[in-house]
Design a protein around this ligand. Sequence first.
Ligand SMILES: Nc1ncnc2c1ncn2[C@@H]1O[C@H](COP(=O)(O)OP(=O)(O)O)[C@@H](O)[C@H]1O
Ligand SMILES: CC(C)(COP(=O)(O)O)[C@@H](O)C(=O)NCCC(=O)O
Ligand SMILES: [K+]
Length: 260
Amino acid sequence: MILVIDVGNTNIVLGIYEGKKLLDSWRIGTEIHKTSDEYGMIVNQLFNFSNYKISDINQVVISSVVPTAMYTLEHMAKKYFKCEPLVVGPGTKTGINIKYDNPKEVGADRIVNAVAAYELYGGPLIIVDFGTATTYCAVSKNGEYLGGAISPGIQISMDALFQRTAKLPKVELVKPETVICKNTVNSIQSGVIYGYVGQVDYIVSKMKKEMGDDKVKVIATGGLAKLIAAESQTIQIVNGLLTLEGLRIIYEKNKQGLGD
Ligand SMILES: Nc1ncnc2c1ncn2[C@@H]1O[C@H](COP(=O)(O)OP(=O)(O)O)[C@@H](O)[C@H]1O
Ligand SMILES: CC(C)(COP(=O)(O)O)[C@@H](O)C(=O)NCCC(=O)O
Ligand SMILES: [K+]
């Protein structure tokens, strides 16, 4: 069994795979001040609760866009799982040819998503990941990572509105019935959610045009994917487990070189 860990700016998602099968997954908050021992104890409790043993795991695979948390989790893997974790980065085999100006600059989560989506659905495709930030990534028919776009995430857009105004409250991210709203709470929900749907459909349509292909598949993932996909005209597939799947596939591609 392997333990895969995806460290985002808001959440750390952990999953256990046996072969291709995801046995369990958990989501915990990303806290850069937590120590490797604290993370070790959280993982230990999650394992205990679900009746898994730390010793069942023969490899830990990590992708992170938060460097401090990555070092902490690497250390956690060494200390508690007695293994040298596979950390997605330069040198990791992915099967994806990165066409970014500087390939090292691309967030590991974006690469991992691209690996998963390309393997599961085939290219050409666009991945939209609704995390802390929203990322758009284009992958060609031949598996080239063409690049994409990054915008402020839905929750942080909403948080900024609350923080920088005197009278606007913090509201729940739910879709109001109508776009024209008659109270402040619904008006904010309307602007943020329908505005976001517009952003997604506009960017995806422009990306498709630049890719010069009508058969581009559009896959959404991340904490808030379902909310937007329900309203979007361009998103075709929602796969909330894309990053975990990508980590499993990357493990398969790299396991020969690992010491177990
Ligand atoms: N299961 C969920 N249901 C609804 N919202 C979620 C869920 N998981 C995460 N979120 C929200 O999605 C946003 C972050 O998504 P996530 O994909 O975990 O981000 P990151 O990868 O950047 O840590 C946050 O605003 C969080 O509150
Ligand atoms: C864009 C991101 C902040 C998204 O992270 P997330 O929302 O998943 O926490 C992350 O992928 C990142 O730090 N990327 C580096 C810059 C780039 O991809 O070009
Ligand atoms: K993410």
